[in-house]
Design a binder for this molecule. Structure first.
Ligand code: G3P
Ligand code: MG
Length: 254
């Protein structure tokens, strides 16, 4: 029996895809300006356990860490305290107009979403080696931040250990397994983890897989869909959610 699905079909990847610095509040605001009401973000932990938004394990691509923390500092985001990470510029790498944009905490993003009635998909993206702890802490924060809300955030991860940590901490929060390939036993793992959805690399979906996954009572979501033909295919297959960078191409009303 498939549970009711409270989320919209269209989900803005990392806030607004590539149109603004990923995983920042500026990106969420831009995605919202394009009409998006649900957002995906990547969350990991600082060394002192603060969940913050960042995709990569390392700071180099999306911050000015080398300048602020010094060339000798660890390149790994999760090796630094939140006090240090909060000093970084996470916008200038993208464009001058975003210079000074800070890394957001998960709490910052939660407040933005809750104040505006937006939905959130938190991808638990642990620093390697910190899978279970990241799942636990992200779920703990999410449970506190969304307490009493009708629609909780969807917690997803490529890492079963992270989802197990989330399940152990806040079993009531919906979970989804992310897969880039259909590895052996992935559907069994999704079921064992009490997942409500499977989020696939969009190319993996075909009618047989949709049928199988729906038969297990799971919803079918896709990442990262940036072409019209791919979106049409997924909609025709009867899938439930599309994560896209192209907030400027796809109208979320569709
Ligand atoms: O959550 C869907 C998608 O974001 C997974 O891939 O690498 O963009 O985090 P990635
Ligand atoms: Mg992601």
């Amino acid at each position: 029996m498939t549970a009711p699905w409270p989320y919209p079909r269209w989900i803005a990847h990392r806030g607004a895809g590539k149109l603004a610095p990923e995983n920042t509040l500026a990106a969420f605001r831009l995605g919202a300006q394009h009409g998006y009401r649900m957002f995906e973000c990547d969350a990991k932990l600082s060394s002192d356990g603060v969940p913050f938004l960042m995709h990569d394990a390392t700071l180099a691509r999306t911050t000015n860490a080398a300048k602020v923390l010094g060339a000798g500092a660890s390149p790994t985001g999760g090796d630094h305290s939140w006090a240090a990470l909060a000093q970084l510029d996470a916008g200038h790498w993208h464009a001058r107009q975003y210079a000074g944009e800070p890394l957001p905490t998960l709490d910052n993003i939660a407040h933005f979403c809750l104040a505006n009635g937006y939905f959130l998909n938190i991808e638990i993206k642990p620093t390697p080696g910190h899978e279970a702890t990241t799942g636990r802490v992200v779920a703990e924060h999410a449970a506190r931040l969304w307490r009493g809300q009708a629609v909780p955030p969807l917690l997803s991860s490529f890492q079963p250990e992270a989802l197990a940590g989330a399940q152990a901490t806040a079993a009531h929060l919906p979970r989804a397994l992310l897969v880039d390939t259909l590895w052996d036993g992935c559907l069994d793992v999704a079921r064992q983890l009490g997942c409500v959805a499977l989020v696939c690399n969009h190319a993996l979906w075909d009618a047989a897989l949709v049928h199988k996954v729906q038969g297990l009572g799971l919803r079918c979501l896709s990442y990262t869909v940036n072409d019209e033909w791919a979106a049409q295919r997924l909609i025709a297959l009867g899938t439930d959610g599309i994560i896209t960078d192209r907030v400027d191409l796809f109208s979320p009303a569709g």
